[in-house]
Design a protein. Structure first.
Length: 206
């Protein structure tokens, strides 16, 4: 009786053959080869969207700042006279809960320093600079700004003399931080039109 049960048990035992296992492994490999690059591309798009959103918010903050004080501000981690070249700030700096605040700051026409806090997403770098006085142009009456997520591959720019938003995609720049030299100096014209960006190609208007 026991022998019969053993034979029946052996008869019901089934497993995968080596060929079947190899087919399954090959299918998983193909799916991974397709999915992993797509996932990485979606992540970079998300990082780029964060940088683009933050520079749009900065442009709105600059417009409100100018409406209040008739000057544009430069990016700074502390209040100061402002004007000229800004500092590269990295999110999420905040004056509440510790860390460095992320500000735009400038002196108004009476020499009084004005500041406004701006929001930045995690690992988003941003810089805003204003114009110097000269040739009949009052200082801090226009600005340029550039943003980039450190894990993204696209730089975004905006100019106080234009309503356009600019971008410059730099393949392989994920992991690269924004530097002050990536932002064109501010003058009384659109400083991105026809100007080379970090890639070496001209900035493109969106």
């Amino acid at each position: 009786m026991n022998g019969l049960l053993k034979k029946m048990a052996k008869k019901d035992e089934k497993g995968f053959t080596l060929v079947e296992l190899m087919i399954v492994v090959a299918i998983i490999g193909i799916l991974a080869a397709i999915a992993i690059p797509q996932f990485a591309a979606y992540r970079i798009k998300g990082y780029n969207s964060s940088a683009q959103s933050d520079i749009r918010n900065l442009a709105t903050s600059e417009a409100a700042f100018f409406s209040d004080w008739q000057v544009f501000g430069v990016t700074a981690a502390a209040a100061g006279a402002g004007g000229g070249a800004g500092a590269v700030l990295t999110g999420p700096g905040t004056a509440i809960g510790g860390g460095n605040p992320t500000l735009i700051t400038a002196a108004d026409s009476n020499g009084v320093n004005r500041t406004a806090q701006i929001g930045l997403g995690n690992n988003v770098d941003i810089i805003a600079s204003t114009n110097a006085a000269g040739a009949g142009l009052v200082a801090n009456t226009t600005f340029t700004a550039v943003s980039k997520h450190r894990n993204g591959d696209t730089y975004y720019g905006t100019d106080g003399d234009s309503s356009a938003m600019y971008f410059d995609q730099v393949t392989g720049s994920a992991g690269t931080a924004l530097v002050a030299g990536d932002c064109p100096a501010s003058t009384n014209v659109d400083d991105f039109a026809g100007v080379a960006g970090p890639s070496g190609n001209n900035w493109t208007a969106k």
